[in-house]
Design a protein around this ligand. Structure first.
Ligand SMILES: *[C@@H]1O[C@H](CO)[C@@H](O)[C@H](O)[C@H]1NC(C)=O
Ligand SMILES: *[C@@H]1O[C@H](CO)[C@@H](O)[C@H](O)[C@H]1NC(C)=O
Length: 802
């Protein structure tokens, strides 16, 4: 049976058997044209291809061994001998370990009799696929490739035009988690924006650059995969834009993050950051240009990060641009790298370069989320050219899914075929998230950590026993909510973290699609205004999701129904801005976006500081593809919040969320439910819109807020809600516009307050951003929105700090 299958079966055990240094299962290191048995190079033993110890490597075809005349007779390095090929012939490697292998070809041209190796011209093929064509070298060169090898072995063929040569070959298997497995999507950056790239391991990758940003050269001796990392200085576009930062403290590797096989310590212990004094507000990027051929090639780009600049968590937010296109917005290493500082992490991209563009340009610059300090960092870069497709994708995937389906059937036999297929893919994804290293493989007792995908996945699988313990075996007194999916309990995990435990009705797998959606969506995305998934459990036919606990419950319970102290207007604005920010992120933050589909005041939760987070992604859907304008789907969602157009035409767009959010804005303003059961099912949106359209928005304001709201702010807020509730989706603003307008409303509220304070002679709070003083044009000038945004945001932060 397929080795991958065994690997899958041993999921729970294999994590205990790793050793610290990587030892490849397949490991063939050859010196061409030599008869030496054991030659130590960078701590590894190479073997001459004429050694009696090996046989069967060379196929028929004409080739002969030559010694480098300019080296001494007992010298044994890769430069001291070569094999010259005068007709097509191959090295054949037996392969034990199916999977990605690294192939290095060493070329040290020298002159031997009539053969000046610098004149050689030839092609090299691996299992019939061209690695190099019409190739020749003037000076020593090493070519490195990553390729998938199956059980039939690896055949490296030299195909001479005049003659071919090689001085040495390395073939070894690489750690399974070095590259993502077949189903994971990597963002594909091109002129068409961001799409998805699948199945990276089925392509041959040729290393073009491997760079230790801010550091010096790292030789194979100091790298677990014997790689060479070069300094980055020559690639900087503007050297003075950045400065080197180094640490002496070894990286804080986290299970699931990057490990030493992704890059050695030295890569993560040096970086470049923005060359500015602490607390500067200057905005610029650090940019590197990596020269590449001007063909329209596609490259795999891996960026390595390790936050060695921050003194505490959540200080560093930056954006990544590739070829001038935003590739990753608001990188938050604190979250991605498991809430640890100096914890290594990498992010992969695929870049399609235009013909005639002869660089891959990488920039990092501060994100608009940065408040305390503007900065951006980069620790390492790898750029690999994608050579060709090895395995037709369809066939490959089908085979895997079939195998997995067999596994799954053993566990849940009564499932319908479609559910089963979803589940197979899900299982399959999960297998890939297995952590490779286990030095600290458990977070708290019994909770094993899964590893991240390219977007920072870290769903933990939590044993059922731990959840029973956390919820005192689902004690009725700990119930904090219930809904279509099941019951929500408050709980405390063994690590003392408070959590919310959402338990599907045991035994019934009805909510399975929602369960899967929630895990898939929440594991891909992470944002300070989206409720985080801490883990899940699917033992004993249970479906349980574990979230961060939100101390202050739902927004709804603070608006009406209870007599506790009402939220102030400022708090309400901040909550709306936070929720809008989360929703805006869902719509725009990841590839083609996610539509929530069930925005309502019970799905907006508040933490102990009344920071709003959007929750409940069970109904969410990926947004429409670029060439479609909507997703057709059965009507789901909650009464009173439903987009009328969606209801009529069953077409879902992100504007449906905007409509529902408009209803939430009215709830916040009026402190009335979306549908009032006490008043003959009165529909809040219809009722409130009548007043707003008459210009009488003040008549519907929660009486407890009277006197708190500045008229200009109320006007802006009312207009925003009105636009959200437009009958037709095209007339509604995007969530980005809604966010901007709410921030504007907040500014109007706050600035008038400040002015009043001035008049009263009290000390004015000096804003952190100069442009906080509202520029008269700001409202009509979208170009200023970034500045205004950070201004408002810094006030939110300030409030928390007080
Ligand atoms: C390996 O790294 C250490 C520490 O950075 C350095 O002192 C040493 O020279 C390196 N060895 C080689 C062969 O590069
Ligand atoms: C950083 O580079 C990107 C892409 O070229 C550009 O759009 C952005 O405005 C730059 N940011 C700053 C602050 O210059």
């Amino acid at each position: 049976m397929d080795a991958k299958f065994l690997y899958f079966l041993s999921f729970n055990f294999s994590i205990f058997i790793f050793t610290v240094a990587f030892t490849p299962q397949d490991n063939c290191l050859i010196i061409s044209g030599s008869s030496k048995d054991n030659v130590l190079i960078d701590n590894r033993l190479f073997i001459g291809d004429l050694s009696k110890k090996i046989s069967g490597y060379l196929s028929e075809g004409k080739s002969f061994a030559v010694k480098n005349p300019s080296t001494s007779s007992n010298s044994s390095g890769l430069h001291s001998s070569a094999r010259i090929f005068t007709s097509a012939s191959s090295y054949r490697f037996k392969i034990k370990n199916v999977g990605t292998h690294l192939v290095r070809l060493h070329f040290y041209p020298f002159v031997y009799g009539n053969y000046d190796l610098r004149n050689g011209n030839f092609s090299v093929l691996a299992n019939g696929l061209y690695l190099l064509s019409n190739f020749g070298v003037e000076s020593p060169v090493m070519k490195e490739f990553f390729l998938m090898v199956d059980k039939f072995g690896l055949d490296i063929m030299f195909l001479p035009s005049n003659f071919a040569f090689v001085n040495g070959i390395e073939v070894f298997s690489v750690p399974k988690d070095l590259f993502l497995d077949d189903d994971d999507e990597i963002p594909l950056i091109s002129d068409n924006g961001i799409q998805e790239f699948n199945n990276i391991t089925s392509y041959v990758l040729e290393t073009v650059y491997r760079v230790n940003v801010g550091g010096s050269i790292i030789t194979p001796f100091n790298d677990t995969l014997w790689r060479t990392w070069i300094p980055d200085e020559d690639f900087l576009v503007l050297k003075s834009a950045s400065k080197v930062i180094t640490t002496l403290v070894p990286p804080n590797y986290q299970p699931g993050g990057a490990n030493r096989d992704h890059a050695p310590d030295n890569v993560y212990m040096t970086a470049r950051e923005m060359n500015v004094a602490n607390g500067s507000w200057t905005l610029f990027n650090i940019t590197w240009d990596f020269p590449v051929s001007s063909e329209d090639d596609t490259y795999f780009v891996r960026l390595h990060f390790c936050d060695i600049v921050s003194v505490s968590l959540n200080m560093l937010y930056f954006d990544i641009y590739i070829n001038g296109i935003i590739a990753y917005k608001d990188v938050d290493l604190s979250v991605l790298a498991f809430h640890e500082l100096a914890s290594p992490y990498y992010i992969d991209f695929v870049v399609k370069n235009k013909k005639d563009s002869d660089v891959v340009r990488i920039s990092v610059g501060p994100s608009e989320l940065s408040t305390l300090r503007k900065n951006a960092i980069l620790n390492g870069v790898e750029i690999m050219r994608i050579v060709n497709v090895v395995v037709p994708r369809q066939k490959f995937v089908m085979k895997r899914i079939w195998i997995l389906v067999v596994c799954v059937v053993g566990g849940f036999f009564a499932l319908s075929l479609s559910v089963l297929a979803i589940f197979a893919v899900f299982k399959y994804r999960k297998r890939k998230q297995k952590p490779r290293r286990t030095e600290s493989g458990t977070i708290s007792e019994g909770i094993t950590l899964a590893s991240p995908g390219s977007f920072g996945y870290y769903g933990w699988k939590i044993p059922f026993a731990d959840i029973q313990l956390a919820t005192k075996n689902f004690d009725k007194n700990l119930i904090i909510g219930s809904g279509g999916f099941g019951v929500v309990y408050k709980g405390v995990l063994t690590d003392n973290n408070k959590v919310a435990v959402k338990r599907g009705v045991p035994g019934s797998r009805q909510g399975l699609p929602e369960f899967q959606t929630e895990i898939t969506v929440l594991s891909r995305i992470r944002h300070c205004h989206l409720v985080s998934l801490i883990g899940y459990c699917e033992e004993q036919s249970e479906m349980i999701l574990v979230y961060e606990y939100m101390d202050k419950g739902t927004l709804r319970q603070h608006l009406y129904g209870s007599n506790s102290s009402p939220l102030s207007w400022k708090q309400r604005l901040e909550i709306c801005i936070g929720a809008a920010r989360g929703l805006h992120y869902l719509h725009t933050g990841f590839a083609q976006g996610i539509i929530h589909r069930d925005i309502k005041s019970t799905n907006i939760l508040l933490d102990e500081n009344y920071i709003a987070k959007v929750a409940d992604f069970g109904l969410s859907r990926s947004g429409p593809c670029l060439n479609e304008s909507h997703v057709s789907t059965g009507v789901k969602g909650s009464f009173g919040y439903l987009d009328p157009e969606y209801f009529r035409r069953q077409q879902l767009t992100d504007k449906s969320d905007v409509y529902s959010f408009g209803v939430v804005l009215l709830e916040v303003l009026c402190s009335k439910p979306a549908v009032d059961p006490l008043r003959e099912q009165l529909n809040l949106a219809e009722w409130a819109m009548e007043w707003i359209k008459k210009g009488l928005v003040m008549k519907i304001v929660d009486p407890r807020l009277v006197g708190q709201i500045k008229p200009s702010c109320l006007k802006k807020f009312g207009e925003t809600a009105e636009k959200c509730l437009s009958e037709y989706a095209v007339d509604r603003p995007t969530m980005g516009d809604v966010l901007w307008n709410l921030e504007r409303a907040y500014q109007l509220q706050m600035n008038e307050q400040e002015n009043e304070q001035d008049e009263m002679g009290s000390r004015r709070v000096v804003p952190e951003v100069p442009s906080m003083n509202v520029d008269a044009n700001a409202e009509n000038n979208r170009g200023n929105s970034e500045v205004s945004t950070s201004g408002v945001f810094s006030q939110l932060i300030t409030r928390k700090g007080r």
